[in-house]
Design a protein around this ligand. Sequence first.
Ligand SMILES: Cc1cc2nc3c(=O)[nH]c(=O)nc-3n(C[C@H](O)[C@H](O)[C@H](O)COP(=O)(O)OP(=O)(O)OC[C@H]3O[C@@H](n4cnc5c(N)ncnc54)[C@H](O)[C@@H]3O)c2cc1C
Length: 459
Amino acid sequence: MDVLVIGGGNAALCAALTARRAGADVLLVEKAPEPFRGGNSRHTRDIRFLHERGDRYVTGPYPEDEFWDDLRRVTCGQTNEHLAKLVIRESADIKDWAMEHGVRWQPPLRGTLHLARTNLFMLGGGKALVNAYYATALRMGVRVLYETEAQELILSDGRFEAAILRSATGQLCEVEAKAVVVAAGGFEANLAWLKRYWGEAADNFVVRGAPYNDGRVLAALLQQGAKPVGDPQQFHAVAVDARAPKFDGGIVTRLDSIPFGIVVNRQAERFYDEGEDLWPRRYAIWGGLIARQPDQIAYSIVDAKVMHQFLPSIYPPIEAPSIPALAERLGLDPPSLVRTVERFNRAVRVGTYDPSTLDDCHTEGLEPPKSHWALPLDTPPFYAYPLRPGITFTYMGVTVDDHARVVLQDGRPAQNIFAAGEIMAGNILGRGYLAGFGLTIGTVFGRIAGREAARAAGH
Ligand SMILES: Cc1cc2nc3c(=O)[nH]c(=O)nc-3n(C[C@H](O)[C@H](O)[C@H](O)COP(=O)(O)OP(=O)(O)OC[C@H]3O[C@@H](n4cnc5c(N)ncnc54)[C@H](O)[C@@H]3O)c2cc1C
């Protein structure tokens, strides 16, 4: 066989489609059963891309300089500039390329993350994108095996020889290929691995995406000499409703109520500025903040006057006519919560309230402060959402070069091992996140990996 693609999400599919188009014989192995195929890509909604002008799908231009500035700001410079600019430039044709392979876009959505100008929204979301790519891949002759896990990689002097695959029935078989593309995601679903950095706290994390991304292929590559990239403790994590399922809850469990009220921990104490900056710039720090609180639990509390200003979670809020009653319903100490709310209300200086800008409603003399959108909690009924850290993805992966080749510890690029998607995103996103950029990296590097793998296989 020419090309083995390990993984079944966006990056793997972009690689498989491209390698097949180049004439290679391609086998894609997806660990998930068919109805759950598509990894975290299945949960996505939008993709960021370079464009010179607005059209029916985006409201305005997003030029290269602005894209690069945005990336530099969120990563605080922890990015490989050469690879980052490659992704930015090669994202320009994503709209047309995806459409050629069956994806449909929809007119821009309004929402709390303000992405209508910079990002394309998939009609039917990530599930439809993944389904379209599978349908096209199968039509083009890509072979797909579901419930098939790559368990081990057999390498010889930095060259891929074969993979040990485990089928749904538990059967092991060795499959040789001239080149391999690893696109098996991060290790965010592997709580034992996360425990190495977070200790027992990891037991209380919620994994927003697929339970299959356990990092087995990543570990196999690192053990056999691939050069790591990215901080293993870093992850992208948001606040999710604590009632969310442990795995695969997707986007509907995320909570955007935080800037509209206060957030307290198990001791009924505030612990961070809920109004520090506009929500799209802050939503992704709250998972980490909650992960550092006792028992990794927190509560977002709002009152009736702001209740309809944010996207609700899929779960109903916990409601009570007074703050002590709300504390009881949450299992918090009522006098402590009353004290926290009274102290907060006394510190609030109301100006001109405007959730769409950094307004002048703030607290004075309070630690931690609430810098914007501070309104007293005084209008019953009161509402609360319990919060947990919701892990989106991990940052540590394998180092790659601009041919998507996995780089070895000695600095040599492996000649027939290519990586795409979350497993190598840490080259470009050393920290922070730009909404919709995960799919961009996977699409651009998936296509490069597919092209180069086909070439390595003689096409
Ligand atoms: C809830 C949620 C919402 C998100 N929203 C967005 C968004 O709107 N836009 C955006 O750009 N990004 C978003 N992201 C991030 C985005 O999902 C990832 O950046 C992107 O999907 C990564 O693609 P991938 O192909 O690398 O990984 P995945 O899509 O996760 O695919 C990994 C695949 O590998 C398979 N696999 C794992 N181990 C093995 C193995 N040993 N053998 C065989 N197969 C294996 C898995 O089953 C899976 O199919 C979101 C993430 C989550 C969790």
